[in-house]
Write a protein that binds this ligand. Structure first.
Ligand code: SUG
Length: 446
């Protein structure tokens, strides 16, 4: 069956800011308190989406979430009108106001784990929205992500949108950022590689949190009806987490037969390779592009985000294209590596660069911003069409962001009730543009 890998990118929200909220994500910690530009961030995202749509790839959008998220502040005991809730939280619990104001939903690679219909027992595309419970600002995303996925992929005969895994530390789950699928052709059965950082029942002591558990991966394999024979559960190297690879997609990306990763991405790399080869046996021959630490140190990989790239099959290109962040070009080691990579005879034939600096300052590269969904032609036809990128949608989204988004946001602005009003107005208009219905956000339902 003909199938393609579509990218659904998260739209940056109007409160995009640098909260310093993610321990173990070095960019987030380093940039805490800097001024941000929500408008610039949104436009950078739209430009990346448009450029891929223009080159013949299926590109969709994921709506931003409602921030500041007042229902969470109310659950914490703040009462009164929305403005009163906001202002008392700003006065009494500024840290909590930051937690409910993050635009972290924009990193759609963390929205869900997705298994294509060719891999699942019931022949539907399965989605498990990530519970993201390791960080409190992201632990509130799951239910609204589920709502968004259920609207975009509404046809239950083709799509199964699950609940998040239980909100217990044992099931900590960060979505597709810890998932790679390899295959001969997208419509064929493939191999799903799920990467975990800790065992849920044991104690984990580390410099930084390990955000994905083995148990969450096992639960997803069961829910999605994946074949055990075609599934590999691999452990993320502790050394990588300690160096700042808070998700596996900071040190690894793959598509079709190619797995591109850093030498220190996994515990026991040779065993991971063997397991992938065994799982692929009879389907395809995996191609491993392993980047040695002698060419690119873990530190350079993490600061440049070389691996947080989109590995793309662009119509007309005979080899894969790696769409890396600009920061990869600016780092001498990764720039030199990219030149050698394309000169070699491997599966990656070109490296291109995207400017997503506003997102990068929070540790989100091109790959973080997108959720990959492999779709057959019939499944593609069943996606909510108003969420698929087109020249018209691009023009409307740019104009929408120009109208509603601030060009500059300082941390203190999060306490401004006017910002909340602007955000509601923007999101209300967006539900019209994206055809999501007038009851998509909690503030629309009161
Ligand atoms: O979860 N940053 C996100 C970045 C997510 C990147 N995604 C992938 N690797 N797929 C995170 O750490 C920072 C927010 C702040 O500090 O304001 C943040 O949430």
């Amino acid at each position: 069956m003909n199938a393609s890998e579509a990218n659904f990118d998260g739209i940056v929200g109007p409160t995009h800011n640098y909260g310093g909220l993610s321990e173990g994500n070095l960019a987030s910690t380093r940039n805490e308190g800097q001024a941000s530009s929500p408008r610039q961030a949104a436009l950078e995202g739209f430009a990346k989406m448009k450029s891929l749509a223009d080159r013949g790839l299926i590109q969709g959008v994921m709506p931003p979430q409602e921030r500041p998220f007042l229902p969470q502040l109310r659950a914490m005991g703040f009462t009164g009108s929305d403005s009163e809730v906001l202002q008392s939280a700003a006065r009494e619990a500024p840290r909590f106001l930051k937690l409910v104001s993050s635009s972290s939903h924009m990193w759609a690679a963390n929205a869900a784990m997705v298994s294509p219909s060719a891999d699942t027992a019931d022949g539907r595309v399965h989605f498990t929205p990530a519970n993201l419970l390791t960080t409190p600002h992201r632990g509130i995303e799951g239910p609204q992500t589920q709502r968004a996925l259920s609207r975009i992929f509404a046809d239950e005969s083709r799509f199964a949108v699950h609940d998040t895994l239980p909100m217990q530390p044992m099931f900590a789950d960060e979505g597709a950022a810890n998932h790679v699928r390899l295959c001969e052709a997208h419509g064929d059965a493939g191999v799903e590689l799920l990467v975990w950082g800790r065992e849920g029942l044991g104690a984990y002591e580390g410099r930084f949190p390990a955000r994905q558990t083995l148990e969450s991966c096992e639960a997803i394999v069961r829910r999605h009806g994946l074949s055990a024979r075609r599934t590999v559960l691999a452990q993320q190297a502790r050394q990588a987490i300690e160096a700042g690879a808070f998700h596996n997609d900071v040190v690894c990306v793959g598509t079709r037969q190619a797995l591109f990763y850093h030498e220190q991405a996994f515990e026991q790399t040779a065993r991971v390779q063997d397991a992938v080869r065994d799982a692929a046996d009879g389907l395809f021959d995996p191609v491993f592009v392993e980047v040695p630490a002698s060419a690119v140190s873990l530190n350079d990989a993490i600061t440049s985000y070389l691996f947080n790239s989109q590995l793309l099959e662009i119509p007309g290109e005979d080899r894969l294209v790696l769409l890396a962040p600009e920061e990869t070009r600016e780092n001498a080691a990764t720039r030199a590596y990219c030149e050698a990579l394309i000169a070699s005879n491997g599966p990656i034939g070109a490296v291109e660069f995207a400017d997503v600096r506003q997102s990068m300052r929070n540790g989100g590269g091109p790959a973080c911003l997108r959720l990959r969904v492999v779709l057959t032609d019939a499944e593609h036809a069943a996606v909510l069409p108003s969420c698929l990128m087109s020249d018209e949608l691009y023009a409307r989204l740019c104009q929408w962001a120009e109208t509603h988004y601030r060009d500059r946001l300082d941390p203190a602005d999060l306490a401004d009730p006017q910002l909340m009003t602007e955000a509601h107005t923007a999101l209300d208009a967006l539900t019209g543009i994206l055809g999501l219905g007038g009851d998509f956000y909690a503030f629309q339902r009161v």
